[in-house]
Design a protein around this ligand. Structure first.
Ligand code: AMP
Length: 591
């Protein structure tokens, strides 16, 4: 059995010492009394019992009531501009966007993609899409054209909202391969261009202000988020409008929203955190959501926390580790006295980072765990509950999490012995659980074994119920908090005329968690050289974008393969890291 205490001392939360009393005070009691049906009563629902729609819960219900003039979104441009939107403004803008879609004859269930930085139009598009009953599919703007193509194609994109620059650089050349992509709404085009290229400002200007959200079944598809797999191309995880209940509940119990709060989530909506918590959860709670267009910059970030008087901050381990490295004493140099809670997600948060928060920011950092498929936070450290640094925390009330061992056939048994390592699993049925992988029924079904959804992570639970992350059960790479599927990277490298084979692994790196490393073999007659290595890195960057492309490439004469010809990434990794090679009985070709 493992030691439960973790490498750093537990951080105890003294009762009655709160500046603002947390929403969840008694974890055990809340879990015992919890029911999703009761939680659902805290949401509004569409007027006249017409269902449940994310945009109504996040925007219209506030806009229609006393919170209409409250600041919903404060957008901070990378060049210093500031744009404020009240809940009423957001209602108007999203109504207009919904009318733009209607004018283009885009209806229920049809997919509206965005490929843009964090600009206000992206947020109007999200809410307008949900109002229209269409499906919001955000893409990360740093993707290269190949990942973009894969996602637009698999997602049956009908509409894409983007900028002129991104369109020209990354999408124009794909149009012939995407016959179903009918309309491109250009955020910064002054005039319609033709061939399905529309000026979004123009369309918005001409659109009506009023829009009545049609009846929405809580099970209607609302969002598709693409996530990487180890085999095959990215999977489109489907989420429904009912997910808003998880967003609401986690906003209440984990992030701990209170009226009047200012919240900042640093994630980009191209990743699930940036949608569930960078768009939906704060607005469902009627608080102010800060959106920063710029990328990471320590001074800018501290300044933002000070000037915007942020109360609740949701960020990621890579960013925290970057801040930790700098010779900045945050609480001495900046006024961070408004901060009440700091949360982190995406990859393991080192115990040292939790303690650094306590010492340098005056607050511990609360780690939480979830994934694209779960749609919302599932395991968390809560403001009023003691933290065990290094642990992901305790399951959300309403969520049953377990460590399971697979039996023979379709069976998986929960392990009750504390400290036993196994697969992290969740009991299906929570509102934001993914409902499908788009067009991949088999792949979806494989995620469920017996009574459990198998997350793909390895973990253990200690005697007090805290969960501890151990690693991934597959080859997926986590780099700067982003999932990268090795297959996607290998496929791109294979398109280079000099490459015969490629095997891609995640190599541990202190700052970004793992870096993408590729091993390649070359066509006969091609000699390895530094020039070719750089060319391959550039080639992959162009195709995949900097977030996905390998940072290191190594030439090999052969790659280790199984008898069926599959490259053994596990072995490449073990050899790279000098670890035990494990079972090599299926190895056929060796290096
Ligand atoms: P994604 O679907 O891209 O959000 O990635 C989800 C995966 O990120 C999880 O399955 C974990 O492998 C990892 N992850 C997310 N949060 C944490 C955490 N708090 N600690 C450790 N790993 C995490």
């Amino acid at each position: 059995m493992k030691d439960d205490s973790g490498p750093c001392k537990a951080i105890t939360k003294a009762a009655n010492s709160w500046a603002v009393q947390p929403n969840l005070l008694d974890y055990g009691k809340t879990c015992d009394q919890f029911s999703w049906a009761t939680a659902r009563r805290e949401l509004d629902g569409l007027p006249e019992n017409k269902g449940l729609n994310i945009a109504h819960e996040a925007v219209d219900r506030h806009a229609n009531g006393p919170r209409g003039d409250r600041l919903a979104i404060r957008w901070l441009g990378k060049d210093g501009g500031v744009r404020d939107f009240s809940y009423s403004d957001l209602k108007r803008q999203s109504n207009r966007f919904a009318n733009v879609l209607r004018e283009l004859d885009i209806g229920r269930g049809e997919r509206v993609f965005t490929l843009a930085g964090r600009v206000p139009e992206l947020y109007f598009s999200a809410f307008g899409t949900w109002k229209n009953g269409s499906v919001f599919c955000p893409l990360f703007s740093a993707f290269g054209s190949e990942p973009i193509y894969q996602r637009l194609s698999k997602g049956d994109a009908k509409v894409l909202v983007t900028t002129e620059r991104l369109y020209k650089q990354k999408v124009a050349a794909l149009r012939e391969r995407l016959p179903q992509l009918k309309h491109i709404l250009l955020i910064d085009a002054a005039q319609d261009i033709g061939e399905g290229l529309w000026s979004l400002p123009r369309r918005m200007e001409e659109a009506a202000d009023a829009f009545i959200i049609p009846p929405t079944d809580p099970e209607d598809m609302a969002i598709v988020h693409f996530t990487s797999g180890t085999t095959g191309m990215p999977k489109g995880a489907v989420h429904v409008h009912n997910a808003v209940l998880t967003h609401y509940l986690t906003g209440k119990y984990v992030l701990d929203f209170h009226p009047g709060d200012v919240f900042w989530c640093t994630a980009d909506p191209g990743w699930v955190t940036g949608t569930s918590y960078g768009i939906i959860a704060p607005l469902v709670h009627g608080v102010t959501n800060i959106i920063d267009e710029a990328e990471f910059d320590a001074k800018r970030w501290y300044q933002l926390l000070e000037e915007q008087q942020v109360n609740i901050w949701y960020t990621a381990p890579t960013a925290i580790r970057r801040l930790m490295r700098l010779a900045i004493d945050p609480t001495k140099q900046y006024d961070l006295s408004h901060l009440r809670c700091i949360h982190s997600v995406g990859e393991p948060l080192n115990p040292e980072a939790v303690s650094w928060g306590q010492q340098s920011l005056g607050l511990p950092i609360h780690d939480n765990w979830w994934q694209t498929e779960t749609g919302g936070i599932m395991i968390a450290n809560y403001p009023a509950v003691d933290i065990r640094p290094g642990s992901m925390g305790l399951p959300l009330p309403g969520i049953e999490a377990a460590i399971v061992r697979r039996g023979t056939g379709e069976r998986a048994e929960a392990v009750t012995e504390p400290g036993t390592q196994g697969e992290l699993a969740l009991r299906p049925g929570w509102p934001s659980m993914f409902r499908a992988y788009l067009h991949e029924e088999q792949r979806y079904r494989k995620c469920f074994v017996g009574d459990w959804y198998i997350t793909g992570d390895l973990a253990y639970r200690d005697a007090d119920g805290y969960f501890w992350f151990v690693g991934r059960a597959d080859d997926i790479i986590k780099t700067s908090g982003h999932m990268v599927g090795p297959f996607e990277v290998e496929s791109a490298l294979l398109e280079h005329p000099a490459v015969t084979e490629a095997g891609v692994i995640g190599k541990p790196e202190a700052l970004i968690g793992e870096l993408v490393k590729a091993f390649v073999t070359l066509k006969p007659g091609t000699e390895p050289s530094e020039e070719l290595r750089l060319e391959l890195i550039g080639f992959a960057r162009k195709k995949l974008g900097s977030a996905v492309a390998p940072k290191e490439i190594e030439f090999r004469d052969n790659l280790p393969k199984t008898r069926s010809g599959k490259i053994m990434r596990r072995l490449l990794k073990a050899r790279e890291l000098g670890l035990a090679e494990g079972d090599t009985s299926t190895l056929e070709v060796d290096e």
